[in-house]
Design a protein around this ligand. Structure first.
Ligand code: PDD
Length: 285
C-alpha cells in the first residue's frame, strides 16, 4: 500500500486523514504542485518550489515547511514508495477552521503529499498523439495561481470526453487559453512555434518554459501570443506540455486533422530533447 505524507506523518494511504473543516475541502482554499519523477529523480523541482512560493504569497497562505523540508519529504516518499517514474503531488491549504468566508487568523496550514506511479516516457498517447476538443474557459481570473479549484478544468475534460476527444483546449474571447491541465502550442505552416503569452489568464507552466528554451536552442522561431482555434486547425503541428506528460503531440482539434494526423517532427524532437535533458539533469534553468 502507498505511503502518503500528512502534516508531519508518513502513513498508509487508508490511514491518512484531514479535518472535514479543512479549508481546502470547504473553500478550495489551497494551492498545489505536481513534480515529475524519472529514474527516481525529481525533474525541474526547484522551479516548481519557486512557483509554489508565489502561489502561497498571492493568497497569503503561510508555509508549513521550507523548500528544503518539502524536498526531503518528496525524496522520502519516492524512496518509501519505490517510485521510479511518475509524479509527486503536494498540496498546501490554509488549514482547518470553523466554516466562515473570512480568512482565519489562527489556522495552521496543512501539507499533504503523495506519489503517483505513471509511465510518462512510454506514454501511449504521446506515441499516438491526442485528439482535443475546444470548450469555453469557465475558470476564474487568476489562473496564474496554481489553486486546487480544479472543477472547471475537470468539467472541461468531461465535456471533451463527451465529444469523443482525449482532452480539452479552453477558449476565451475567441482565443485558446490553455489545455485542461497543460499549456498549448502550435507550429504554423511557416514553421513558427506559437504559444500564448504569460499573464494571469494561464498557468505559467514549468514544462512550457523549459520547452521554449529547448526550442530556442534549436533556432526555432518563437512567438508568444494568443491564437484562435481556427489558426490551430490550420497549423502544421500542435502539442501541449505539462509536468505529468512532458511534450505531447496533438493530432486533431475539433475534428480537424493537424498536419497528416500523426505526431509532428517538431513536437517529437522537443519531446526527445526534454526527456534527454530531464534524464541528464540538464534542463535549462
Ligand atoms: N497541471 N496549465 C494548467 C491549467 C495546468 O494545470 C498545468 C499543470 C499546466 C502545465 O504546468 P507545468 O508544466 O508546470 O506542469 C498548465 C498539473 C500537471 C496537474 O494539475 O496535474
Amino acid at each position: 500500500m502507498r505511503i502518503v505524507y500528512v502534516n508531519g506523518e508518513y502513513l498508509p494511504e487508508d490511514q491518512a486523514k484531514i479535518s472535514v473543516f479543512d479549508r481546502g475541502f470547504l473553500f478550495g482554499d489551497g494551492v498545489y504542485e505536481v513534480s515529475s519523477v524519472l529514474d527516481g529523480a525529481l525533474i525541474d523541482n526547484q522551479a516548481h518550489l519557486v512557483r509554489l512560493q508565489r502561489s502561497l504569497d498571492e493568497l497569503s497562505i503561510a508555509r508549513p515547511a521550507s523548500d528544503a523540508e518539502i524536498e526531503e519529504i518528496q525524496q522520502e516518499l519516492i524512496k518509501r514508495n519505490d517510485l521510479t517514474e511518475g509524479m509527486v503531488y503536494l498540496q498546501i491549504t490554509r488549514g482547518a477552521a470553523e466554516r466562515s468566508f473570512d480568512w482565519p487568523t489562527d489556522a495552521e496550514p496543512s501539507l499533504v503529499m503523495f506519489t503517483q506511479a505513471k509511465s510518462i516516457t512510454g506514454s501511449a498517447s504521446a506515441q499516438k498523439g491526442l485528439r482535443v476538443a475546444t470548450v469555453p474557459d469557465l475558470r476564474w481570473k487568476r489562473r496564474d495561481i496554481k489553486t486546487v479549484n480544479l472543477l472547471p478544468a475537470s468539467w472541461a475534460k468531461a465535456q471533451a470526453a463527451e465529444k469523443g476527444a482525449d482532452d480539452a483546449w479552453m477558449v476565451e474571447d475567441g482565443h485558446v487559453t490553455e489545455g485542461s491541465s497543460n499549456n498549448t502550442f502550435i507550429v504554423t505552416k511557416d514553421g513558427v512555434l506559437v504559444t500564448r503569452q504569460l499573464s494571469n489568464d494561464i498557468l505559467h507552466g514549468i514544462t512550457r518554459k523549459a520547452t521554449l528554451q529547448l526550442a530556442a536552442e534549436c533556432q526555432l522561431k518563437i512567438e508568444e501570443r494568443s491564437f484562435t482555434p481556427e489558426e490551430a486547425y490550420d497549423a502544421q503541428e500542435a502539442f501541449m506540455t505539462s509536468a505529468s506528460s512532458f511534450v505531447t503531440p496533438v493530432i486533431e482539434i475539433d475534428g480537424h486533422e493537424i498536419g497528416d494526423a500523426t505526431p509532428g517532427p517538431i513536437a517529437k524532437r522537443l519531446r526527445e530533447l526534454y526527456i534527454d535533458a530531464a534524464q541528464q539533469g540538464s534542463l535549462p534553468a
